[in-house]
Design a protein around this ligand. Structure first.
Ligand SMILES: O=C(O)C(=O)C[C@H](O)[C@@H](O)CO
Length: 255
């Protein structure tokens, strides 16, 4: 048995837009519903959502039959969590709040087996189909994706060095945290925040890496895509359910 190729990694390498959706509800059923949308990737959130290793594994299992690449966001840079979630089958990982190249190198090393890194070895787990993918350990890095979030001014300043780290695949802007950390909470459209976002995009492009962002407002998503972001989440389960249900009831309850 061979590991299925990471189509999103291949698409990004060819410069093709990869459209994603954000899964925050912590529900395997809701994530499975999103997986059927024809999106290219899904983000299963382990930072701001009521998720843990078991609930995220259930979501990975729920989407396993769909042609979609699941990316798992960990709550923090943590080598033990990187090991556990990769063994559980999360081969695309998003790490929040990456601030410098040293941190990026630690994250890459935690995801790689020796001699490149120090990921703990286990002979069989969900990632290698319980020992059925014989060449998994030698080739795991080929289908891995590391998506590092740039969410503060230090990260923006160091974006070029972070992007240049071998093993980093995507610089991903967290517009909410970045704008908050730049004194513009709820206003990612502020000029100085937009300039910072543009500089992260430029840093990624210069290093030959992809740039990503979460943009649930259609006009924002269209603008970021036009500017060159290729790993773009264009909506979230939580927002779709909350705003959609609000609007539906408001329609029938309008005075
Ligand atoms: O900073 C951001 O924005 C993100 O990283 C995305 C949020 O954490 C996501 O949960 C939507 O609010």
């Amino acid at each position: 048995m061979q590991e299925r190729a990471n189509s999103v990694k291949q698409g990004l390498a060819e410069g093709r837009l990869q459209l994603g959706l954000w899964c925050s509800l912590g529900s395997a059923l809701a994530t499975e519903v999103m997986a059927g949308s024809n999106c290219d990737w899904l983000l299963i959130d382990g930072e701001h959502s009521p998720n843990d290793l078991l609930s995220i594994m259930a979501q990975l299992q729920a989407v396993g039959g769909h042609p979609v690449e699941a990316c798992v966001r960990l709550p923090e840079e943590n080598a033990t969590l990187i090991k556990q979630f990769m063994d559980a089958g999360a081969r695309s990982l998003m790490i929040p709040n990456v601030r410098n190249a040293e941190q990026a190198k630690r994250i890459v090393a935690a995801a790689r087996y020796a001699p490149e890194g120090f990921r703990g070895f286990s002979v069989g787990h969900r990632a290698n189909q319980f020992g059925r993918i014989k060449e998994y350990h030698q080739n795991a890095h080929l289908n891995q994706m590391l998506i590092l979030q740039i969410e503060c001014e230090e990260g923006v300043r160091n974006a070029s060095e972070i992007a240049a780290v071998d093993g980093v695949d995507v610089l991903f802007v967290g517009p909410g945290d970045l704008s908050t950390n730049m004194g513009a909470m709820h206003n990612a459209g502020a000029d100085h925040v937009q300039q910072a976002i543009a500089s992260v995009l430029e840093a990624a492009k210069t290093a030959g890496k992809a740039a990503g962002i979460l943009a649930p407002l259609q006009a924002d998503a269209e603008r970021y895509i036009a500017n060159g972001f290729t790993y773009v989440a264009v909506g979230a389960d939580l927002g779709l359910v909350a705003r959609g249900s609000d609007a539906l009831i408001a329609h029938f309850k309008k005075d």
